[in-house]
Design a protein around this ligand. Structure first.
Ligand code: DQA
Length: 146
């Protein structure tokens, strides 16, 4: 069974209480459960990780090369700043889908830029927790097509 790494960046551990007017009341644990159930229905395994540290996220991406068939990443604010994360994704050459809970293009201008979008298959944003499920659907077709 193909395995997908779902990687979450800084401050996403605070979902549920963090700016609920922007991110809703769904917690990261809720999103993990939704992803696990959805992955099961698709016949995929998922491993769910979160870190507030850029280097730890990079280590997870490197380790994914030998263990996972693809990556779903919500890099949080590192999306808009991190050349290092972009390079890590490009280096492992795994199909990767970028997700965001909020519609980053409808928010402040600095959120319109995503370094990692340059190296991913595609970006899904604005659908709350459903962004993750749509990303799993997209990766599932990709992984099963290869
Ligand atoms: C986010 C959007 C980012 O701009 C922000 O820094 C986050 C969350 C989202 O899921 O909507 O931390 O990635």
């Amino acid at each position: 069974m193909s395995s997908i790494l779902i990687l979450n960046g800084p401050n996403l551990n605070l979902l549920g209480t963090r700016q609920p007017e922007v991110y809703g009341r769904t917690t990261l644990a809720d999103i993990q459960r939704l992803c696990s159930d959805h992955a099961k229905s698709l016949g995929l395994d998922v491993v769910f990780e979160q870190s507030n540290h850029e280097g730890a996220l990079i280590d997870h991406i490197h380790a994914a090369k030998d263990t996972h068939a693809g990556i779903v990443i919500n890099a949080g604010a590192y999306t808009h700043t991190s050349v290092a994360l972009m390079d890590a994704i490009a280096s492992v050459d795994l199909p990767t889908v970028e997700v965001h809970l909020s519609n980053i293009h409808a928010r402040e201008e600095f959120r319109h830029v995503s370094y990692i979008s340059k190296v991913v298959v595609g970006q899904i944003c604005g659908f709350g927790a459903q962004s993750y499920l749509l990303a799993l659907d997209a990766l599932n077709s990709r992984v099963n097509a290869t």
